[in-house]
Ligand binder design. Structure first.
Ligand code: F6R
Length: 366
């Protein structure tokens, strides 16, 4: 059942070229400019005219929501708020009929996310679900939605569900952006073609596995890790840190790289591994400065860079090269080495990666 892999988590990481493809299947064909999602078709006008989109989720799904904030605001120019479901539901939030509330949930059973959604519904908002498990409670409670079609995710640490969520949210952002006219046709077609190339590029990123095993060997005994990223890679930094802490029990924090100087930089010394996602995008130059700041304090840099980069590799202790893509799609690639790194470190530490202590696959109590 693990398809020859030692753990479900590893199997699911390696399934991603396929699961990402499944999450776009029938929804997008770049060559014929076909972009359509049954789940949002009848709500397209509502989406296009929304005053605001509120995303509610927990954990890894919340990180996918953060990526969507960058995507929707950039491509569709609608203000987005991303909320922890547990905070949103108890805050007396301001919600009205012009709001669209999107719940993101792999299991579709997360108690806080379901309750947040029901609260939004009672205030008249349109509620939309992005779930992986077909027929789950959240999928049934929503006015409309889109399944991620990633297939069953058994490992407690979410991997392929995350990339499927991000893929579906990318499609939604493109659909709303083109409907609203905020995303030009040429740019849309470029993005569609690039998204279609993502499964092959994920496949390429998975070839980094052996290299990542060697990096894991060097850092498996670390007690702390810092993950830094900016822009589209900021949520990926959070996700990389969450993956590491939940399965290896190493303390890890994700930060937007520029926030480092407002506190976490005090933690950096020669014992501190710092994973920096420094791909070639609009914040690249800024990230270069952040890497210099870490190096000046003797932190150990593990850098995820775009193939062919020479600037960051000249400063980093370890370089992980991933294929080039549009910055809008980068999280789909940059998260892959971080999933592998956390997996191998956890295995080397003797942890039960598929069923980490204290965690359950679906959190049906608040
Ligand atoms: C992390 C993880 C959790 C879940 C969170 C939400 O790897 O698995 O953080 O992402 O419990 O679960 P869903 O998406 O089922 O609502």
């Amino acid at each position: 059942e693990k398809g020859g892999y030692e753990h479900f988590m590893l199997k699911e990481i390696f399934e991603q070229p396929r699961s990402i493809l499944d999450s776009m299947r029938g929804r997008m064909i770049a060559e014929s400019n076909h972009l359509m999602m049954a789940g949002i078709r009848e709500f397209e006008n509502k989406f296009a005219n929304a005053n605001r989109i509120i995303i509610v989720a927990c954990g890894t799904s919340w990180h996918a929501g953060l990526v969507a904030e960058y995507l929707i605001e950039d491509l569709a120019r609608i203000p987005v708020e991303v909320e922890y479901a547990s905070e949103f539901r108890y805050r007396n939030p301001i919600i009205n009929e012009k709001d669209i509330v999107i719940a993101i949930s792999q299991s579709g059973e997360t108690a806080d996310t379901l309750a947040a959604l029901e609260l939004a519904k009672s205030k008249g908002a349109t509620i939309f679900g992005i779930c992986n498990v077909v027929g789950s409670s959240i999928a049934r409670a929503t006015d409309a939605g889109a399944y991620t079609h990633a297939g069953p995710e058994i490992g407690v640490a979410s991997t392929k569900a995350f990339t499927a969520q991000v893929t579906v949210l990318t499609l939604i952002s493109m659909i709303i952006g083109s409907k609203r006219g905020t995303l030009e046709t040429t740019k849309l077609h470029e993005l569609m073609a690039e998204l279609e190339n993502i499964p092959a590029k994920v496949e390429q990123a998975l070839k980094l596995n052996d290299q990542i095993v060697r990096i894991a060997e060097q850092y498996k005994d670390a007690t702390n890790f810092l993950y830094l990223g900016r822009g589209y890679n900021f949520p990926v930094a959070l996700e990389g840190a969450l993956k590491l802490k939940e399965i290896s029990y190493i303390h890890a924090e994700g930060y937007p790289a520029a926030e480092m100087k407002h506190g976490p930089i005090a933690l950096i010394d020669e014992m501190m591994p710092v994973v920096v996602i420094a791909t070639k995008d609009s914040s690249y130059e800024k990230v270069v400065s952040n890497v210099q700041e870490v190096k000046a304090r003797k932190g150990k840099i593990i850098a995820v860079v775009t193939e062919g980069d020479t600037t960051i590799p000249a400063m980093a202790d370890h370089v992980i090269e991933i294929p080039e893509t549009s910055e809008h799609l980068m999280p789909l690639l940059s998260v892959i080495p971080l999933q592998l790194l956390s997996y191998h470190i956890a295995v080397m530490r003797g942890c039960n990666v598929d069923q980490p202590r204290n965690l359950a696959k679906s959190v049906t109590v608040e």
